[in-house]
Design a protein around this ligand. Structure first.
Ligand SMILES: Cc1ncc(COP(=O)(O)O)c(C=O)c1O
Length: 352
């Protein structure tokens, strides 16, 4: 605290990202990174882009990237917004579309950055409890609201909502924005992007950090009606004209174009997830059905905080949230088969 701080800064409760320890030989299963590298094409284009052209500002509109994303999803470039990671895109969504007279709704257990954006932008919000089985129930959102946002699959539960349910939510909330944060959608959920053509109140947010393994490059995007995209562009152009640098634009285009790499790596992760779920269940864990690159699991007898600490002592880190309803759960990123085996082996020892 300093007397030079503004009242805004004094009132903030910032988001705390999962730690990025600098320890060697760590099995790092705490921030849902992809255990496989990005498309090899990314490195080639980054090398090519890292010379003289860095003198010049990047394209403020990242048109090449918008075209690549639009082509992949069968929409127009005007329906695409891009930003510095989906966190930045989400920040603009909160300020540009979800700050309304009525409170924005999101689940009680969800991505913990949402209440932080509400704090930053002074947005009223209400949380809607997930069911006992940690599912989103569309009927629970049938109340006056200034917008609705949730991840699909949800984080940190991993549970997915079928597209038909999202359509019911859209139809029942024609007067407000429904933003679907699809950070993990490629690992087994249905994307809502096909509904964009029919529902002008739908905005889908995605990232290249997870399924395309580019968390370090910071690229996210949103797809929706051109009017919604225009709102985000207005915020972006009032904040930072160049959120994506030359390297990010070039690398992201290469990643979007390499369909085969995406397919191979996401299938490998889904297959490792199946094995991990079976192994955890055999050790006495209840594992929520996951459509993401992580699983959310609690042990019938052992305290989650103690398990996380015991894993850490063995150089394996997972995420433990000390929050109501989920304090007995561990969120475990699906790593390579080898990393998953290391985790399961360590848990077997700890639980003996
Ligand atoms: C649900 C959800 N949305 C968005 C993000 C942000 O991802 P990024 O800013 O890397 O695109 C994350 C990151 O973990 C997430 O879990």
């Amino acid at each position: 605290m300093s007397r030079y701080w503004s009242a805004v800064v004094r009132g903030l409760t910032p988001y705390v990202p999962g730690e990025q320890p600098k320890l060697p030989n760590l099995v790092k299963l705490n921030t849902n990174e992809n255990p496989y590298g990005p498309s090899p094409r990314v490195q080639e284009v980054l090398l090519a882009e890292s010379g003289d052209s860095l003198r010049l500002y990047p394209d403020p509109n990242a048109d090449r990237l918008k075209e690549a994303i639009a082509t992949y999803y069968g929409v127009t470039p005007g329906q695409v917004f891009v930003g510095n990671g989906s966190d930045e895109v989400l920040a603009h969504v909160f300020l540009g579309l979800l700050k309304q007279d009525r409170p924005v709704l999101f689940p009680d257990i969800t991505y913990s950055f949402y209440p932080v954006y509400c704090g930053l932008y002074d947005i009223a919000f209400e949380t809607v409890p997930l069911t006992e089985a940690f599912e989103i129930r569309v009927e629970d959102y049938a109340r006056p609201n200034g917008g609705i946002i949730f991840p699909n699959p949800n984080a940190p539960t991993g549970r997915a909502l079928p597209r038909a349910d999202i359509e019911r939510l859209l139809a029942g909330n024609a007067d407000s924005i429904v933003a679907v944060d699809e950070a993990y959608v490629d690992f087994g959920a249905e994307t809502a992007i096909p509904l964009v053509a029919k529902y002008p109140n739908l905005l889908v947010v995605q990232t290249l950090s997870k399924s395309r393994s580019l968390a370090g490059l910071r690229v996210g995007f949103a797809i929706g009606h051109v009017d919604l995209v225009e709102a985000l562009e207005r915020i972006k152009n009032s904040f930072n004209s160049y959120p994506l640098d030359r390297l990010a634009i070039a690398g992201a285009v290469a990643a979007m174009e390499d369909h085969a790499h995406l397919e191979i790596t996401r299938r490998a992760i889904m297959s490792s997830r199946d094995t991990l779920v079976r192994d955890l269940a055999a050790l006495g864990f209840e594992v929520l059905p996951s459509a993401a690159n992580f699983v959310f699991a609690r042990h019938s007898q052992r305290d989650a905080g103690e398990l996380a600490a015991a894993l850490r002592a063995r150089s394996i880190i997972v995420r433990h949230f000390r929050l109501p309803r989920i304090e007995q759960f561990l969120r475990i990123t699906v790593g390579t088969d080898e990393q998953c085996r290391a985790l399961v082996g360590a848990l077997r020892e700890i639980l003996r």
